[in-house]
Design a binder for this molecule. Structure first.
Ligand SMILES: NC(=O)C1=CN([C@@H]2O[C@H](COP(=O)(O)OP(=O)(O)OC[C@H]3O[C@@H](n4cnc5c(N)ncnc54)[C@H](O)[C@@H]3O)[C@@H](O)[C@H]2O)C=CC1
Ligand SMILES: O=C(O)C(=O)COP(=O)(O)O
Length: 416
């Protein structure tokens, strides 16, 4: 994540099209349909793009849609003068340099709920798959081997599920696991309301030492980076299983591989990896391949038809609300403003450096044009101010041209 570095002011973006959207990583067609219905020219690609390719493709693009594979560092936005907003059609936004996007006046929207049930269901399935060693037995029968054994195969009823990160996914999973008769406990850095009979555990070490299954549902942040390494795996009960469907940076894969090979752990299910391929046609190698009772999936925790269709609509709705009225509610890196459009007024959006005197300068520009401010909403964070301004007179163009001349300007746009 970069610290604040501001771009030079750019010319204002008018409300005259054509407007273009670039959607990467097989984003559900529901998003394309919604954007196209509002007049966007939509380009939809199935794979992620590397930052240098993305930088080229973003010329003249107004909305960018990505999922978890496309990283958007500062270098990807060097040509993105027209870019209004980024939609992360997933939960995680760690792949975007959020501070850089903020200081370029670009809000980033995500879908915080739509795939959470899909992840919880997959993890619950994996708990049973691991404790019954189902994939190994299935592979044997596929290969013509009949190995009917009970040793090491157990019920989940009465076993303890330890959840690290009791947020939207972790808490849903806990409720579902209790329905199977599991005891549920969790560790979270925030105080969280325990659902059902779930119990909060004060330390990660205690959770690790007292659970039969450990499952991770934390975001990728500096505090979760490699939070499960050799020490933490050694604290887990002998024969316990680890499930990671959060982010690949959270678990030390080498240490996990050693804990599995030494038989300290009884199994693992891994959906996310430190390095993941950009498309389905790329090969993939991990040192976990070939280990017994290890379920490896290609980052499909949120990949269900229900989740993807809902995410497509949810994020496209946020992008269009921003495009049409400047609403930033739910943006993960931006001051929040949502002001209803007022018929008969003319809306201007302005992002500027958050330093004293900017509002005075903008209001002077309006008053010098003998225009009246019908409504004005300003919301700020440490770096930027976001101003939504409705004028009674149609002087948007000269006002925007004058604002773009201010050294404090980052991005100005005419909505109506
Ligand atoms: N495999 C997949 O396809 C998917 C993976 N994910 C991953 O799952 C993550 C979690 O998703 P949600 O539950 O919706 O997020 P959330 O934000 O609702 O919950 C995350 C929880 O982790 C806690 N947390 C943060 N840092 C922590 C730490 N160091 N130790 C313990 N707890 C900590 C937070 O307080 C919060 O309660 C996402 O950030 C994403 O990376 C999400 C969807 C699909
Ligand atoms: O929602 C998330 O954070 C996920 O990890 C899902 O990512 P995806 O949309 O499958 O690339």
């Amino acid at each position: 994540m970069s610290t604040a570095r501001f771009p030079s002011p750019t010319r204002p973006i008018t409300n005259e099209g054509p407007f273009r959207a670039l959607l990467l990583e097989n984003i559900h067609p529901s998003a394309e349909e919604m954007l196209a219905a509002e007049g966007f020219q939509v380009e939809r690609l199935s794979a992620a793009l590397k930052p240098e390719e993305l930088a080229e493709r973003l010329k003249g693009v107004h909305l960018l849609g990505i999922r978890s594979k496309t990283t958007v560092p500062a270098s990807a936005l060097v040509n993105a003068e027209e870019l209004l907003a980024i939609g992360a059609f997933c939960i995680g936004t760690n792949q975007v340099d959020l501070v850089n996007a903020n200081t370029h006046g670009i809000p980033v929207f995500n879908a915080p709920f739509s795939n959470t049930r899909s992840v919880a269901e997959m993890v619950l399935a994996e708990v049973i798959v691991l404790t019954r060693q189902l994939f190994d037995r299935s592979r044997e029968v596929h290969a013509g081997q009949w190995r009917k054994v009970a040793t090491g195969s157990r019920e989940v009823r009465g076993k303890t599920l330890g959840i690290i990160g009791y947020g939207h996914i972790g808490s849903q999973l806990g409720v579902m696991a209790e329905a199977l008769g599991m005891r549920v406990q969790y560790y979270d850095v925030m105080t969280k309301l325990p659902l059902g009979n779930a119990q909060s555990v004060p330390t990660l070490d205690e959770l690790l030492a007292t659970s039969d299954f450990i499952t991770l549902h934390v975001p990728a942040t500096p505090s979760t980076h490699m939070m499960i390494g050799a020490d933490q795996l050694a604290r887990m009960r002998k024969g316990a299983c680890l499930i990671n469907a959060s982010r690949g940076t959270v678990v030390d894969i080498g240490a996990l591989s050693r804990a599995l090979r030494s038989k300290h752990l009884g199994g693992a299910a891994v959906d996310v990896y430190p390095e993941e391929p950009e498309s389905n046609s790329d090969g993939f190698v991990t040192e976990l391949q070939g280990l017994p009772n290890v379920v490896l999936t290609p980052h499909i925790g949120g990949s269900t038809e229900e989740a993807q269709a809902a995410i497509g609509k949810e994020v496209a709705t946020s992008l269009l609300k921003y495009f049409k009225a400047g609403a930033t509610t739910g943006a993960v890196n931006f001051p929040q403003v949502e002001a209803p459009l007022i018929p008969g007024t003319h809306r201007i959006l302005n992002v500027h450096r958050n330093i004293p005197g900017v509002l005075r300068d903008i209001n002077r520009i309006v008053s010098d044009l003998n225009a009246n401010i019908h409504a004005q909403v300003l919301s700020t964070d440490a770096n930027i101010g976001y101003l939504v301004m409705d004028l009674d007179q149609d002087v948007s163009r000269p006002v925007c041209d004058a604002i773009a001349g201010l050294q404090t300007d980052i991005k100005t746009r005419i909505v109506s």
